[in-house]
Design a protein around this ligand. Structure first.
Ligand code: HEC
Ligand code: HEC
Ligand code: HEC
Ligand code: HEC
Length: 433
């Protein structure tokens, strides 16, 4: 009797310790996965400002901080990137041996990570890797209607991401990420997001992550038209539009001798350096108070938006630190798809609209007068007749894209003739009532 009790006790305590150990292991593995993604965000410490000396490739431009991320060299599929080997060969290796690698000459994380971090990373590498290609193939066979992912997403994820997965402006809509970067999405779904309180799905099993990926792939894409118009409003004045923190120092690229050098906010506005007509030193703003001698952005119309994102993140612009991912994306979409040649609307010599003012009056009364009044005296700080005559390119940009931080409609998708005619009409409005 006594003996059986003892046996049961031993068995029970063994069960208890193993489940405790595996709970610890699971927590360590998912934390390792998040460190692998971005250890500096996860540990709330700073990555070195200098590029990682072990980052050998010169062909691709990677932000210095990113050259310290494990994933940048070893890949979301763990198979290696930029000519660096993968980490798959170390699956099931001893965590202590893996932790030692992180102190070697290729890595130099001796000071940057502590023993706990190295152990978590090692546990992830030893037992947290999955075969991404297989999971993706599996996801492609899932019929989303047959899984419960929609319910899991609506109850677990939508609080932060929104029901359509596109609420957070710091990231692309989840639908686009899941279609374009499925391995990254699987990694994040399994391990959570660095430094965040996003739930990790790992302990619910690979199938849950696979089904989730398949469901995310059905969510909607970025709305390109809305993105372009929003980019136009950011181009006008992103500080007003995002309602965020104002910059304290002038933009480093603003010429110190130019007119607005002491008006810090102005120096950060895209239009101030590149012009309301997007032509920079080749356009209407090449002379006078707005002259900066900086080139326009016309040459980038139709280009891959990723190129503009790289310019904005780079050391000529410094917008990576002050704007969210989605704002950069909207600005880039505006540069690629939203610019028009303003000479098709406004005669560059007279500044007058090429449209028909009589036609424009009808549209103005229907679309604009509710806010601006029949005479153009209301809402705007300046009289519409006056601004549209003195600065028609500015007015046209606002008419096409709306006004920063405001509900003024963007006309860009209407017949271009309508915009032209309305502009012609407001240029006839008199300041005297
Ligand atoms: C700048 C690029 C770079 C970064 C960042 C980087 N590694 Fe490595 N890693 C390497 C190179 C290069 C090797 C191969 C060394 C060799 O050939 O022996 C390597 C090898 C490894 C190996 C051994 C693979 C094998 O099969 O021998 C592991 C494990 C590893 N890295 C883990 C990590 C972890 C974890 C991080 C993040 C904390 C990380 N690495 C960050 C470049 C990098
Ligand atoms: C507590 C809020 C929160 C919850 C709940 C949450 N997330 Fe997140 N998630 C975030 C934040 C914040 C980010 C972006 C972090 C960053 O890069 O700044 C993110 C990023 C992601 C990313 C990376 C996307 C990219 O482009 O980098 C994926 C994928 C993701 N979440 C999926 C999910 C899934 C699936 C769920 C539900 C299982 C979920 N999230 C639940 C807050 C949350
Ligand atoms: C303080 C002045 C300044 C501001 C503000 C500014 N830029 Fe620029 N921009 C420049 C300069 C200078 C260059 C040329 C840099 C170079 O060639 O390396 C440039 C180049 C560009 C280019 C590349 C053009 C080409 O043909 O190569 C794009 C696109 C661009 N800027 C977009 C923007 C957007 C969008 C904003 C607002 C978010 C912005 N810029 C704000 C100064 C500025
Ligand atoms: C929902 C209300 C609303 C509607 C409708 C509206 N606007 Fe505006 N508009 C505004 C606000 C608010 C401002 C910004 C006021 C400010 O800060 O000076 C503005 C600014 C402008 C400006 C820039 C004025 C300046 O000082 O540079 C122009 C030009 C303009 N609107 C034209 C129009 C035209 C043309 C229409 C019709 C196609 C229109 N707006 C419809 C609310 C509206």
């Amino acid at each position: 009797m006594k003996r059986t009790m003892l046996v049961t006790l031993v068995a029970l305590s063994a069960m208890f310790t193993t489940s405790l150990a595996s709970a610890n292991d699971a927590a360590s593995v998912v934390r390792g996965g998040r460190l692998y993604d971005n250890w500096s965000t996860e540990t709330k410490s700073r990555a070195p400002n200098q590029p990682n000396p072990a980052f050998k490739t010169k062909q691709v431009r990677v932000a210095p901080a990113d050259t310290w991320r494990c994933v940048e060299c070893h890949g979301w599929d763990y198979k290696g990137k930029h000519g660096v080997i993968g980490i798959q060969g170390r699956q099931k290796a001893s965590p202590a041996a893996i932790a030692a690698i992180l102190k070697d000459a290729n890595h130099g994380y001796e000071e940057l990570l502590d023993d706990n971090d190295r152990l978590d990373l090692a546990n992830f590498i030893a037992s947290g890797q999955t075969d991404m290609q297989r999971l993706l193939a599996q996801a492609q066979r899932v019929k989303p209607a047959q899984t419960s992912s929609e319910k899991v997403f609506s109850s677990v994820c939508a609080v932060c991401h929104g029901l359509e997965g596109d609420r957070l402006r710091e990231i692309a809509p989840l639908g686009d990420s899941a279609r374009q970067r499925p391995f990254e999405v699987l990694h994040v779904a399994l391990n959570g997001h660095p430094g965040g309180n996003m739930p990790a799905l790992r302990t619910l099993g690979e199938d849950t992550a696979v089904n989730m990926l398949a469901y995310l792939q059905t969510l909607r894409s970025l709305n390109l038209v809305a993105s372009v118009a929003n980019g136009g409003r950011l181009y006008d004045d992103w500080q007003v539009h995002t309602g965020g923190q104002r910059q304290a120092l002038p933009h480093p690229a603003y010429p110190p001798k130019a007119y607005y050098a002491n008006s810090v906010n102005e120096t950060w506005r895209c239009q101030e350096c590149h012009g309301w007509d997007y032509k920079g030193d080749q356009g209407q703003y090449a002379k006078g108070n707005h002259a900066t001698g900086i080139k326009g952005i016309r040459a980038m119309a139709g280009s891959d938006p990723a190129k503009t994102v790289a310019v904005l993140r780079g050391t000529s612009h410094y917008f990576g630190a002050v704007l969210k991912h989605r704002d950069l994306q909207d600005l880039a979409n505006f540069v690629s798809y939203g610019q028009i040649d303003m000479d098709t609307v406004i005669d560059p010599r007279t500044g007058l609209s090429l449209g028909d003012a009589a036609q424009g009056q009808t549209h103005y009364r229907a679309i604009c007068a509710g806010c601006h009044g029949l005479t153009g005296h209301f809402v705007a700080k300046r009289h519409l007749g006056k601004v549209s005559r003195s600065d028609p390119w500015h007015s046209l940009h606002n008419m096409l894209n709306g006004h920063p931080d405001d509900t003024m409609p963007a006309l860009r998708e209407l017949d271009p003739k309508v915009t032209r005619d309305i502009l012609a009409h407001i240029q006839t409005l008199s300041e005297r009532r």
